[in-house]
Write a protein that binds this ligand. Structure first.
Ligand code: SAM
Length: 299
């Protein structure tokens, strides 16, 4: 196929795509666990000038100062903390430097390998597991826990459809000691943009592609599902190759989030503002709940 045919075919495919894309049915998450994507994403995680995938070390340090204050009434630095979707393990490493025992899990190969190598090089008390939150093994809690706290930073929680969230929340709660903390950085309803829009940019390279390309983005809010659908189209300059990636984010009103957590025996919710307020786009509020104890009658 000639170059102009390939470009023409790519544009025809974009024009022909069914719109709007349907949340969860047409796609759901970035391809975090795809090896090449994860290699590119690792660079974004480790770039302190952007908070797009991971926070800079100073922000992580402030998040962990805040976490220490939450943990203090229970246990101090002897606490064992489980970090969900730990990426390159930046939170786990810093916690371990502060004396905590940590376990992080993720399914993105390059960040996970970097997390392990860094812990080994610094001799940190961190364990990293390759696990998919949507398909946790039956013995996951036995393997990991019981832990004093679980952290789920960055609002990635919203990239799973409700039935999947119901399932993994109760599996995560099984890893917690009674009274242990579940710390969830969440995206409140008011940050979701409910007007559809699109934009494009040309890039030499990006997290989606190593060669020059056009990156088109379409945003759609599905009111019935209360979910945002974010479509990425990548057209390579040279070849005209076209790829489409679809991300969804589920909106959870505060009261429904509290109910969802309570269904997993995560109770006594306390809402906190974003810890640093440094980055309006990539830092969110936090809800802290506790694993119900036998005494609260909810376990
Ligand atoms: C925005 S990044 C945040 C990484 C890390 N928590 C941080 O703040 O530095 C989201 C992370 O969630 C991970 N993730 C997404 N879906 C996952 C799944 N199904 N199982 C395990 N990890 C997942 C991704 O691989 C990625 O590392």
């Amino acid at each position: 196929m000639s170059r102009s045919d390939a470009h023409s075919k790519a544009i025809a495919a974009i024009l022909a795509a069914e719109r709007p894309a349907r949340p969860w049915l047409d796609g759901n998450q970035l391809p975090w666990n795809e090896p090449t994507f994860s290699r590119r994403m690792l660079d974004v995680h480790l770039d302190p000038s952007t908070h797009m995938a991971s926070r800079s070390p100073d922000v992580i340090a402030r998040h962990l100062d805040w976490l220490a204050a939450q943990l203090a009434p229970n246990a101090g630095t002897e606490s064992h903390i489980l970090d969900v979707g730990c990426g390159p393990g930046l939170y786990c490493h810093e916690l371990a430097r502060r004396g905590y025992k940590t376990t992080g899990f993720d399914f993105a190969p390059a960040p996970l390998a970097w997390a392990k190598a860094t812990a080994e090089a610094e001799n940190l008390d961190c364990r990293f597991l390759d696990a998919d939150l949507t398909a946790l093994p039956k013995d996951f809690a036995a393997k990991v826990g019981p832990v004093d706290a679980i952290t789920f930073w960055f609002g990635e929680f919203h990239s799973f459809p409700p039935p999947v969230a119901v399932k993994f929340l109760s599996q995560l709660a099984d890893c917690l000691k009674p009274g242990g903390l579940f710390v969830l950085e969440y995206q409140p309803m008011d940050i979701f943009v409910t007007e559809d829009s699109s934009e494009w940019a040309a890039h030499e390279k990006s997290v989606f592609c190593d060669v020059p390309h056009l990156w088109l983005q379409e945003f759609h809010w599905d009111e019935a599902a209360r979910a945002e659908v974010h479509v990425h189209w990548i057209i390579e300059q040279q070849s005209g190759n076209l790829k489409r990636y679809i991300q969804c984010h589920q909106g959870w009103p505060d009261d429904e989030l509290v109910e969802l957590l309570a269904g997993a025996h995560l109770v006594d919710p306390v809402f906190h503002s974003p810890v640093t307020g440094i980055d309006e786009q990539f830092e969110f509020p936090i809800i802290v709940t506790r694993k119900a104890t036998a005494r609260s009658g909810k376990e």
